[in-house]
Design a protein around this ligand. Structure first.
Ligand code: ATR
Length: 381
């Protein structure tokens, strides 16, 4: 392959040298592509042999557990390269789809087969939403034929009407529509009704039902580190996220104190949910086993801020931040230095997304893959 070159007069000294380097690198790419193609065909031949064995054993072509294992292994092998991780699921999902094709017809578990099922996140702003990366990775990893996009929505009511008209199978709802969307739906799950916020819509053959998976997200994220029952949870903030966290942990048998900057809002939420209230300025860690920050303090670009200092914490406390940008907030860094266990905001984000995926598809969510896809996106942005 030859690169079109300009004369030295036009491009200055050294242009020929760069053009040579470009040709050389392209020759390397051509050689690697040849190797990849050869390996791809070799992989298909092995897949065909596996297909024959499966047929003899009367096993189904599709083995989702094995596919998940392949992804997990690849992700852990590839830990060094976050940029590549971003594409591993997509590239290998395509390889596995080809492998299934050579093995024969697949009876597909999801009704997203054929025409893709369409999903979206409605919010404003949504340009930085990580939900598309997370859900598209989950679709690819499970072979579910779905597409997920971010749509900036200023007015939620016509957006929900559009969802009905276009037959979107599901939607995530984010800021600022989580509360106002309730009035647009046919049915609301009791948990979402209590929290007065919906972050998930399921379109069940034209009937739109709202759910709140933030609550499950926080419970799952905490449960990975500590049993919640009987613990005392300090919650920083008194907005919608605090309501979901408080409702979730109290539902699991914990008690809670809301620590908020403004007394009125904090005391009202505490009274509503059967929690205690203290002003944020009087935060005391002694009573708490778990601390969850639901305020936006510490979020990029104000990453230097923190709602509490390390000296206000104590060793053994489990500290979770729902802010995930940056991944390690100043609060989490201070907590680590103070001898606390920490849980970053991605855990809750991924678990709420996993629950959404399950509600939409009826399949088990590939949680680790969803997390790795989001982490890679966040760290390579
Ligand atoms: P969300 O619905 O996402 O939880 P929200 O309703 O805006 O968001 O609530 C944000 C919470 O973070 C509020 O409780 C807010 O405290 P006030 O009730 O006093 O407004 C709290 N918050 C926001 N910025 C804060 C800051 N700089 N310091 C302390 N608390 C803050």
């Amino acid at each position: 392959m030859n690169t079109t070159r300009k004369s030295n007069n036009e491009t200055g000294p050294g242009a020929d040298e760069f053009a040579n380097q470009l040709d050389e690198q392209r020759r390397i790419i051509d050689r690697l592509d040849g190797e990849i193609l050869r390996l791809f065909n070799e992989r298909l031949e092995v897949a065909a042999r596996i297909g024959a064995i499966k047929a003899r054993l009367r096993l189904s072509v599709r083995d989702t557990r094995r596919e998940a294992q392949v992804f997990q292994r690849l992700m852990s092998l590839n830990q060094g390269s976050l940029l590549a991780n971003r594409y591993v699921v997509r590239v290998f999902a395509a390889l596995m789809a080809a492998a299934r094709d050579v093995q024969g017809p697949v009876s597909h578990p999801a009704d997203g087969f054929g025409t893709p099922a369409i999903f979206a996140v409605f919010g404003n702003p949504v340009v930085h939403s990580l939900s598309p990366v997370m859900h598209n990775a989950a679709f690819a990893a499970t072979g579910y034929n779905g597409i997920y996009a971010a749509i900036r929505v200023k007015d939620i009511r016509p957006a929900v009407s559009g969802m009905r008209a276009l037959g979107l199978k599901g939607a995530s709802i984010t800021i600022p529509h989580k509360e106002s969307v309730l009035a647009c739906l046919d049915d609301i799950d009791p948990t979402a009704r209590r929290i007065k916020a919906v972050n998930t819509i399921v379109n069940d053959e034209g009937s739109l039902k709202g759910f709140n998976t933030d609550c499950d997200g926080v419970i799952q994220a905490l449960a990975e580190k500590i049993s919640i029952k009987g613990r005392h949870v300090g919650i920083l903030g008194a907005g919608g996220a605090a309501r979901a966290v408080a409702f979730g942990v109290i539902g699991q048998g914990a008690t809670a104190t809301i620590f908020n900057r403004s007394r009125e809002k904090g005391a009202a939420l505490a009274a509503e949910l059967g929690a205690d209230f203290e002003p944020l300025s009087e935060f005391a860690a002694e009573r708490c086993d778990i601390l969850v920050n639901t305020t936006p303090v510490g979020m990029s670009p104000q990453g230097q801020d923190t709602p509490l200092l390390g000296e206000q914490l104590q060793p053994g406390l489990v500290v979770m931040d729902i802010v995930y940008n940056p991944l390690k907030t100043r609060l989490l860094r201070e907590a680590e230095a103070a001898g606390c266990e920490t849980i970053d905001g991605l855990s809750m984000f991924v678990h709420q997304g996993a629950r959404q995926f399950e509600l939409w598809t009826g399949l088990a969510a590939p949680v680790d893959i969803m997390r790795m896809a989001v982490e890679a996106e966040l760290l390579t942005k």
